[in-house]
Structure formats: C-alpha cells, structure tokens
Design a protein around this ligand. Sequence first.
Ligand code: AMP
Ligand code: ZN
Length: 114
Amino acid sequence: MTDQCIFCRIARGDIPSDMLDRDHTAFVIRDINPKASTHLLVIPLEHVTRIADFKVDGGGLLGHMMLMARDAARREGMVESGYRLVINQGPDSGQEVDHLHLHVLGGNRLGAMG
Ligand code: AMP
Ligand code: ZN
C-alpha cells in the first residue's frame, strides 16, 4: 500500500469505486473512463508497479488475476462474444497508474491492437 497511489486508495475504501468482486488477493472495478462498452480492471491488493518489479515469483498472482478476469467476463456475458485482456507496462504502453492492473475489454467489436 502507498498513500498516494489511486488503486491503493480504492483498495482501502478511501476513494469510491464500482467494485464488482474482491477476495484476499485482488479486486475488480469498472474503469472510470471506459475504452469499450465493458471495461473492467483487475487490481491486486498489494502495491506492485510492474511485472518486472516482482520480488518473488509473481506467477500465482498473475494467474489469479487472469481467473478473476475470466469470472468477471463471464458475469458480464462476454464468454461467447469475446474480450481482450491487457496489462500495460511502462511508458511505451501508456501505463498511467503505476499499480499493476489487468484490463478486461469487451461488449463490442474491439479495434486492432496498435
Ligand atoms: P493504464 O493506462 O493501463 O495505467 O490504465 C489505468 C486505468 O485506470 C485507465 O483506464 C483509467 O481510466 C483507470 N482509472 C483511473 N482512475 C480510476 C478510478 N478512480 N476508478 C476507476 N478507474 C480508474
Ligand atoms: Zn498502489
């Protein structure tokens, strides 16, 4: 946890969010500025900036985030229509929030990746 990080503040309940799911490891919210009809974020409770900054093997956490995304996508009715999972990493990706998060995008036909 950090004092200034917006996702840590959401995790603490200091900032309101549309929280769809939460467990001992991570939580799922709706993105405040959606880039698709359905745009969710899977966010670990622990403050990790990027995958490169894992101090221990982060495979378990990443796998858990993927499965939370899968379950959230199912609840949103996107299993058949499909969806995209994205993790931005650093400046060239346009990462704005320096707290690891997994985007879940769907609900409409998505544009090409670029
Ligand atoms: P990224 O560019 O990968 O770092 O994505 C950060 C995402 O966080 C963006 O899609 C923002 O719209 C989203 N975001 C920022 N602040 C909030 C917030 N308070 N609640 C929900 N989503 C947020
Ligand atoms: Zn944080």
